[in-house]
Design a protein around this ligand. Structure first.
Ligand code: ZN
Length: 461
């Protein structure tokens, strides 16, 4: 494969901001050489501000279908648990073609928001009546196909879901499409192991749904199965301490241990692990989780939408904890909005400003972006997050002609993108050096939207 070059008027490099940056790409869109103040005239420089694209580490693709449809008050007090009932209703209707159409549209939206990697925490496995498909990994494979069609990189995180509550309680009927024992789940992993190896932009990990849905014995067995496949560093993502009811149920079941505490005491946590939400932690759990290296997979707009609570980001970051962000329920698909909401949650709680900036004189937007790039790449096991040799050319270009960015550059442009302009500032996106979003349009936007519209019509008629 011949070498290709990309050139940007302004780019964020690991060493800081640089102008006239030429990237030389090798096989599979990997960056081989970076030259700042480049005099190379063989390639035209793209205007705007090039930054490493932000991984979206937590997605349930099927939930894109119901974004905005659970905003009407019910007869009693609405909560996460009443939202979950609405979500289960949608989850029971989707067929493989529907899921693929919805996921492809979602992945286009992610690309247009400046994310080039998705972590798909996929828990729909079986037919609507609970019978497995002939291909046990059918629905997760449809997400892989959707990613290939949209041109996004994907880390497949098939969900291990066996129980309906702490201590191995039987699942409820609305969960029948999710449920597997270890042998059925390992068959899903085997299919995905093969499929994932055929796509250089895909990775494979697992997602035990939560401590409600697995037991220590089952999870240990599945991690051993993953190790036997040679995937000893594959990521492990788990929902943890999202809701106070979950904390109370865990305390009651375990005889006094909270969810994050239980994980810390029962598994050897490391940066291989990503705790999704980790909203409700004591000061001690916060310190211990940061020290263990377990990444906090935060989904601030979903957490706000569901009324989950506020993640202790200030103390977690002070303890050198690693964070990543995801759009989860897809009530908003925007890394800018998720980073903004994360910062605003701290400001509202503490009645302060610039709560998460790295220090005096430091940009809050830049601090948050740096953290989300580093933690996101690690939790996805993808070679992204920096414009440097050895990384893939996954790049978002902010439009410095957008009204929100006029007169801004470098860190001030990041602040104005995250706190003001949002997705509308993202003009071009590259995945492995391929130009998939050109001037705010995805290269297959119309065809993908047509399929999505047909799927929504089928499911809502
Ligand atoms: Zn989730």
């Amino acid at each position: 494969m011949e070498q290709r070059k990309l050139k940007f008027a302004s780019a964020l490099l690991p060493t800081g901001w640089a102008s006239d940056v030429t990237l030389t790409l090798g096989p599979q869109g990997m960056i081989e050489k970076v030259e700042a103040q480049s005099a190379d005239k063989t390639v035209k420089a793209l205007k705007g501000i090039a930054i490493p694209a932000v991984p979206n580490v937590h997605s349930h693709a099927h939930q894109r279908l119901m974004a905005g449809l659970a905003e009407v008050a019910g007869p009693g007090a609405d909560s996460f648990w009443t939202w979950r009932e609405v979500m289960y209703g949608f989850a029971l209707k989707l067929g493989p073609d529907d899921l693929q159409a919805v996921a492809t549209q979602l992945y286009v939206e992610m690309l247009k928001s400046g994310s080039t990697v998705v972590g798909e925490f996929q828990y729909l496995h079986h037919q609507p009546d609970g019978t497995p498909y002939q291909e046990p990994a059918e629905l997760t494979l449809r997400c892989l196909k959707a990613a290939e069609e949209a041109g996004i990189a994907i880390t497949l995180l098939p969900t291990l879901y066996a129980y309906g509550g702490f201590g191995g309680q039987p699942p409820v009927t609305g969960q029948r499409r999710f449920i597997n024992d270890s042998s059925r789940y390992l068959k899903i992993l085997e299919s995905l192991d093969k499929a994932s190896k055929a796509n250089p932009q895909s990775r494979l990990g697992i997602s035990p749904h939560s401590l409600r849905a697995v037991t220590k014995g089952l999870l240990t067995e599945v991690i051993a199965g993953l190790d036997r496949m040679g995937r000893t560093s594959a990521p492990i993502h788990i929902h943890v301490a999202e809701q106070t009811k979950e904390v109370d149920d865990c305390l009651a079941w375990s005889g006094g241990k909270r969810p994050v505490e239980y994980l810390l005491d029962n598994f050897s946590l490391s940066s291989r692990w990503c705790g999704i939400h980790a909203t409700h932690m004591t000061a001690d759990e916060t310190q211990r989780m940061a020290k263990a290296g377990m990444i906090a997979g935060l989904c601030p707009t979903t957490e706000a939408n569901l009324g989950d609570g506020i993640f202790p980001a200030d103390s977690f970051l002070k303890a050198k904890g690693a964070i990543a962000i995801g759009s989860d329920s897809h009530i908003s698909v925007s890394p800018a909005e998720d980073l903004r909401q994360l910062e605003y949650s701290q400001r509202l709680r503490d009645r302060t400003r610039n709560a998460l900036a790295a220090g005096p004189g430091q940009s809050t937007g830049r601090t948050l972006l740096d953290l989300a790039l580093k933690g996101g790449a690690k939790s996805m096991t993808q070679p992204v997050g920096a414009l440097a040799p050895g990384f893939r050319a996954d790049i978002a270009v902010l439009d410095d002609e957008h009204p929100a960015l006029i007169g801004r550059s470098e860190d001030s442009a990041l602040d104005s993108w995250i706190f003001s302009g949002g997705n509308a500032c993202v003009r071009d996106v590259f995945v492995a050096g391929q130009h998939v979003v050109e001037d705010r349009r995805h290269i297959k936007e119309e065809a993908i939207f047509k399929n999505f519209r047909a799927a929504v019509k089928r499911l809502t008629d």
